[in-house]
Ligand binder design. Structure first.
Ligand SMILES: Cc1cc2nc3c(=O)[nH]c(=O)nc-3n(C[C@H](O)[C@H](O)[C@H](O)COP(=O)(O)OP(=O)(O)OC[C@H]3O[C@@H](n4cnc5c(N)ncnc54)[C@H](O)[C@@H]3O)c2cc1C
Length: 464
C-alpha cells in the first residue's frame, strides 16, 4: 500500500505530536508548589536525600517574601522583604545555619540593638501631624507570660482540642483581659503586616509575635542571624541555578488530578505545557480559594480554604531627597486607640545603608491593587516631606526603585471558626489525596519556624 503525500503529512505531524507529548510528561518523587522559604527548603532536603522533585513557582525567580535589590552598577545589595532570622523557641539557630550552609552563604549574628533604620519620628499619616514627645512601653514581660502558655504556636497549626478560649478572643479583648494596653504599640510594630491587629483573633498575633521572636529580643540573646553580604536572596538564586530544569519558574498549575495513589499536574511553563506525574504533592503556596482553584478540590478542602481572609503587606525601596539625615518616620494615630495607625497606610519609612534610599512598608487589612499602593506611598512621602522640610516643592519626586507585593499575607479565619476546630481540620488535610502542605499558613510564621516545620512535614510525607 502506498500513502498519498497528504496522508504522509498527517502521519508525520501526528507522530511528531506524540513525540512532543511524550517529551512533556515527567515523573518525580515529589512535586512542590511554591519556591519560597518552605518550597526551596523542602526541595533542598529532598535533593540531599537523593529524591527527585520539581518546584513550580509563578514568579520568574525563587524567594517568595525574600527580595533583594542590587543598586545598579554596584555590588551593593538591599533586602527589602525578609530581613533576618530569629532562633527557634529552644534558642537553636541550627536550621538557619543548615539552610544557608547548603548554599555556602555566609551568615552572622546581629544583636537587636544593632538593627536600626534611623531615629524614629512619629507622624499621623492621615493628617501628617507630628506626635511630639511620643513614647511607648517596650516592656513585654506581661505579654511574654501569656505567650509562654502556648509553646506549640511556633511549630504547626495543630492546637489542643478545644483550642484555648483566650486564643479565640479578639486581640483587642485579649489586651484588656491581661492589661497589656501599654505594650500594644510595640507589639503592633513587632508583628507588623497583620492588618487590623486588634480585630484579629489573639491566636494570630501570638503566632506572629511568638516565644521565639520574644527570645531574640532578650538582651542576653545573640539576636538575629543575617546574611553577611546583606543579600537574603542569594541562597534562592543559587538553589534555582542548582535545580536547573527542576526549577519551573514563571510557571502556573493549570489543572490537577489527585487521588490516594498519586497526582497528575498540568503546568503552564514558559516553554509550553508540561505534565508531571508524582506519588506526592507538597503545596507551599498560601491556600486561598483562587490559588487552589486548579487543584481539583473536594468539598472538605474547599470548605476550609474558602474561610480564609488575609491582610496586605507591601514594601518598596524609594529614592527620596530632602529628608532630615538619619530620620525615620513611623505612622502613629494622634487620636486612635493605643495610637495605632489607621490602615490602609504607610507603616514606616526607614533609612537603609544607602544614603537617600529608604525602605517603605505599607499595610492594609485586605486586598489592594499594586497601583493604588504605589500611588499612596509616593503621595504619603511627599506629604511627610512637606511636613519636615521647607523646600519640598523644589525637590525631585520620590522614585520607587523596587516594589514587593506580599498579598495575601497572614491567612486567617474568624474566632468562631477557630473555636470550631478549624486549625486541626486544616492540619488533618496532610496526606489527603496524596497532598501535603507546608508554608506559613500551616507552620509558625517566621522563616525559621517555616524551615523547622517543613523538615518534619517532608519526613512524614516520605514515610507515608
Ligand atoms: C515583607 C516581609 C518581611 C518579612 N520579614 C521576615 C524576617 O525578617 N524574618 C523572618 O523570619 N520572616 C520574615 N517574614 C516572614 C517570612 O517571609 C515567611 O515566614 C516565609 O517567607 C514564609 O515562607 P513560605 O514558603 O510559606 O511563603 P513564601 O516565601 O511567600 O513563598 C511562597 C511562594 O509561592 C509562590 N506562589 C504563590 N502563589 C503561587 C501559585 N499560585 N503558583 C505557584 N507559585 C505560587 C510565591 O511567589 C512564593 O515564591 C517576612 C514576610 C514579609 C512579607
Amino acid at each position: 500500500m502506498q500513502f498519498s503525500p497528504t496522508l504522509w503529512l498527517i502521519y508525520l505531524s501526528l507522530s511528531s505530536l506524540c513525540v512532543t507529548l511524550a517529551a512533556q510528561v515527567i515523573h518525580k518523587d515529589v512535586a512542590i508548589i511554591g519556591g519560597g522559604a518552605a518550597g526551596v527548603w523542602a526541595a533542598t532536603l529532598l535533593e540531599q536525600m537523593g529524591k527527585s522533585f520539581v518546584v513550580v513557582e509563578k514568579e520568574a525567580h525563587f524567594g517568595g517574601h525574600t527580595e533583594t535589590y542590587t543598586i545598579p552598577g554596584t555590588n551593593t545589595t538591599l533586602d527589602y522583604g525578609v530581613q533576618g532570622y530569629s532562633p527557634l523557641v529552644n534558642g537553636s539557630y541550627d536550621v538557619i545555619e543548615r539552610f544557608f550552609g547548603a548554599y555556602d552563604v555566609p551568615i552572622s549574628y546581629i544583636h537587636r540593638t544593632e538593627t536600626s533604620g534611623g531615629t524614629p519620628r512619629y507622624f499621623d499619616f492621615r493628617t501628617y501631624q507630628e506626635l511630639k514627645n511620643f513614647t511607648y512601653s517596650t516592656d513585654l514581660s506581661k505579654y511574654t507570660t501569656q505567650v509562654d502558655k502556648y509553646p506549640y504556636l511556633n511549630f504547626q497549626v495543630q492546637t489542643p482540642s478545644p483550642i484555648p478560649s483566650d486564643l479565640t478572643l479578639s486581640f483587642g479583648d485579649f489586651v484588656k483581659k491581661y492589661s497589656l494596653q501599654s505594650s500594644v504599640f510595640d507589639i503592633y510594630y513587632q508583628a507588623e503586616g497583620l492588618g487590623d491587629t486588634l480585630s484579629l483573633p489573639a491566636y494570630y498575633v501570638l503566632r506572629e509575635m511568638n516565644a521565639a521572636h520574644l527570645l531574640a529580643l532578650q538582651p542576653s540573646s545573640p539576636g538575629l542571624l543575617v546574611t553577611t553580604a546583606g543579600d537574603n536572596q542569594e541562597p534562592y538564586i543559587k538553589a534555582q541555578a542548582k535545580f536547573g530544569t527542576d526549577a519551573l519558574v514563571g510557571s502556573m498549575v493549570q489543572s490537577v488530578h489527585r487521588n490516594d495513589s498519586g497526582v497528575e499536574l498540568t503546568v503552564n511553563t514558559p516553554s509550553g505545557p508540561l505534565t508531571i506525574r508524582t506519588p506526592k504533592l507538597l503545596v507551599t503556596i498560601p491556600p486561598t480559594t483562587s490559588n487552589m482553584e486548579p487543584f481539583d478540590l473536594d468539598s472538605s478542602e474547599s470548605n476550609l480554604f474558602s474561610k480564609f481572609a488575609y491582610s496586605g503587606w507591601f514594601v518598596a525601596l524609594v529614592n527620596i531627597t530632602g529628608l532630615p539625615v538619619n530620620a525615620s518616620f513611623q505612622n502613629a494615630g494622634t487620636d486612635t486607640l493605643y495610637n495605632l495607625p489607621q490602615l490602609p497606610a504607610v507603616y514606616q519609612i526607614t533609612t537603609t545603608k544607602v544614603s537617600g534610599v529608604y525602605l517603605v512598608r505599607y499595610g492594609s487589612a485586605g486586598y489592594m491593587s499594586t497601583d493604588d499602593v504605589r500611588a499612596d506611598i509616593v503621595s504619603s512621602i511627599e506629604k511627610i516631606r512637606a511636613a519636615v522640610t521647607s523646600n519640598a516643592g523644589y525637590l525631585a519626586a520620590p522614585s520607587i526603585l523596587a516594589f514587593g507585593n506580599h498579598l495575601p499575607y497572614t491567612l486567617h479565619v474568624t474566632s468562631a471558626d477557630l473555636a470550631a476546630g478549624f486549625d486541626n481540620q486544616l492540619w488533618g488535610l496532610q496526606g489527603h489525596r496524596s497532598t501535603w502542605y507546608s508554608g506559613a499558613t500551616f507552620t509558625g510564621s517566621s522563616s525559621t519556624d517555616v524551615w523547622n516545620a517543613t523538615q518534619a512535614i517532608v519526613a512524614s510525607m516520605l514515610a507515608a
